[in-house]
Design a protein around this ligand. Sequence first.
Ligand code: ADP
Ligand code: ADP
Length: 237
Amino acid sequence: MLRLIGLSKSYKAGDKALSDVSLDVPKSQIVGLIGPSGAGKSTLIRCINRLVEPTEGEIRLGEVDLVKLGTAELRQARRRIGMIFQEYALVERLTVMENVLSGRLGYVPFWRSWMRCYPPQDIRRAYELLDRVGLMEHADKRADALSGGQRQRGGIARVLAQEPELLRVDEPTASPDPNTSRQIMRLLTEICAERGLPAIVNIHDVPLAQQFMQRIVGLRAGRVVFDGAPDALTESA
Ligand code: ADP
Ligand code: ADP
């Protein structure tokens, strides 16, 4: 589970982008993060893997306080914190399969014969993930030959190959096609339930957040102003 305790961030003296945010996200739960532009959503998502260094507070993933980790340990820990982006989910010049394997390797291979020297169980595992996200028949296509929705699903498989303990998802509903957005949200919900993964989703679209999230956290000016079930969300939040 993920536990944020008293998390604050000031980019410059004075202004607080995040102010004393405390939040527990248990296993399997997806939390939708909503709030107006500038509320601190990206800062929160980036603090979790210390892409942005928090000014104060604790970030507990299981037993570990990520804030206390040194550079080498943090590098290891980051592999357990998946990030799913709406765009740039895959390396375009690689096949879908190569992309998923690179998630597992932790780097992008630049030679082409590498699949043969990679452990068969990892290749099998990558195929399982491609099957799970519905991309089996596209495994050997170059990523740039896929549709936007397929690319997003490939991005999910790639991140899952890292065997994360936590997912962060940026704007899954920013797709121009609402059907694609719904499918991606459904897939993410199922995957978190299957794997017991906690997830934080930076979600722009409030109606979709209400439809798919078990829980919504509303930020405003760096503070949590709402935390509850989607149907309890009112105009005030
Ligand atoms: P949101 O994702 O909800 O739009 P952000 O986390 O991007 O909000 O921004 C929260 C606040 O922090 C805003 O006031 C923004 O201007 C400020 N901010 C964000 N990133 C930086 C940065 N790199 N340097 C200085 N201020 C920043
Ligand atoms: P490593 O090469 O050890 O994986 P990185 O710092 O490149 O280390 O990436 C670690 C994790 O941080 C990745 O799993 C990725 O999801 C996340 N990450 C990398 N870049 C960004 C970014 N711009 N915004 C948010 N998360 C990122």
